[in-house]
Design a binder for this molecule. Sequence first.
Ligand code: ADP
Length: 602
Amino acid sequence: MDMDLSRHTGTSLAAERTLAYARWAGAAVAALQVLIYTPEPTSRPYIISGTVVLAGALAAANLALVGALRRGRTPAWVGSAMFAVDVLVVCGLVWLYLDEPAATQWVLFLIVQLEAAYRWDLRGAIGTALGTSLFYALVWFDASARFGFAYDASYVSYVVGISLVQAIVVGGMARRLRSERDAQARLHQAALALTAGFERQSILDAVVSEAKEISGAELAVLWTPDPDGGFVGEATTGLPGTDGPPAAIPAVDPVYGESSVAAAFRDDAVVVRSGPSGPDPAARESLVLPAVWTQVYSVAVGGEEGPVGVLSCYLGDPPRSGSDELAARLRSLAALATLALRNAVVYQRERSAVEALRDLDRLKDDFLSTVSHELRTPLTVVQGFATTLRDRWEELPDDRRRDLVRRIEGQATGLHERIGDLLDFSRLQSGQLRLDPEAVDLERAVSEIASRLEPTVGPRPVEIEVPAGTSVWADPIALAQILDNLLVNAARYSDPGSTITVRGIDGGDGFTELTVVDRGIGIPPDELDRIFERFYRGRGEEVRRVRGTGVGLAIVKDLVEAQGGTIRVESTPGDGSTFTVRMPASQEADQAASPAADTNTP
Ligand code: ADP
């Protein structure tokens, strides 16, 4: 409501209320004057009744205004009408008391000049000063005719002169206050615009557009440092006829020297420079910006850890508010921008943390349902066979009974392995698994695992290409588990009959590389980074047909890394996958091993 009124009349409801109090005070002074004043013989005969009428008019107008204020709505014209009443009353009083011996009634004009300044700042004050001076010249002329004294033009010009000086002082002050208030309102609006979103680019866009408004610039650019020591315009208000952000600028130019942007960034300060048509050598950025500006204000944006960018406003004309003032406002805006950017970073970080947790939660749910399925299915089979055996023991032939018992055994072994996997996984996660590395002969280890897994890998021939004497420095049980998981996966995700190749290569750099190659379904590129995550299972239909828990590769990765190694995968969907494990070849290599360097896993 207040804002509304201020747009139309230049004052707020609160200001109207203040003026109403001043009017009551004025009416009271006039009433007191009526009681104690003794007219001179030369006074106008109706001086007392005239004063009563004017004081009454003031009070009546004020009553009407107070009524409007109570209803909370004051149309724009009410303020102007009240001003007109005030001017009439003041002029009336000046006219009534003009021929008093010591009359300096024109000082009353100051009241209406103040009110006009309050409402319409400098223009209002000067207009009122001129209007009331003209009125004064006329009544003074009338008085001189009536009382027969010479018309003293110098006295009138003195009154006009003093009135004008007063008007300039109070109007100028009012204008300054108003521009301060407008600047505050703009900054407030900028703060709202900057905090409206959490996207970096939208904040930067808001910063430059608010900077352009605040400074009245032709163009505003937010520069951020590039790796070469120069700056790129990450956001810009643009200009008609130019599109996209301006090109990058170097920090120092051989001809023009250091740009205002680089100077502001280095000193974390506001730097003001002349533009292409200014008196000083042009700032370097003139070469990449349209030459429509005469002055640039560059201010660093950033927090305690130093600037993160520079906000530059390119002005066509010198700032109306004055150089220091504009610098202060841009500094405030830069501080707001810093806050908004910091909030955005925190927000994004929190959001990705929440997303990661949500993801993990979903994977865990998947995992629970898979695990319960994985455990229940073999149990159901075991139960079914056991019931058959119990109920039909007598009638079943021997070989059938043996077959059922073998199948029960097979299911129980599978179950045992799966539970073992889960237990290992939980021990690995809680850091309880102890590893005892020793020099292991790779060829022997691979052959042992391959023959142990024959029943599982079965119809897929396993080619072993490990030169004799190749060794790795590893815990034998952990190494067996790594090989086991990779071979079982190679078998599960490929068709019967396709070959699986296990290769061992002495890398020559103290590391041994072990690769397991299959010609199976392969892995889509967007899943390559995820398959080593715990609980992650491929999304494809072919994967879902195979039973699994999604912890196998997570175990492998943990075991490999715990022994100073790395693991990576290459795969072509439909063509097969190659898992490569790099492990120290000897104890010395293990000790020299640096943390995982060539893994493509997260
Ligand atoms: P699981 O096999 O129980 O799902 P893993 O952690 O062993 O869990 O494997 C995670 C995922 O990686 C699998 O779901 C599958 O999508 C993919 N994957 C692993 N090994 C292979 C392979 N040899 N060929 C194709 N995909 C594989």
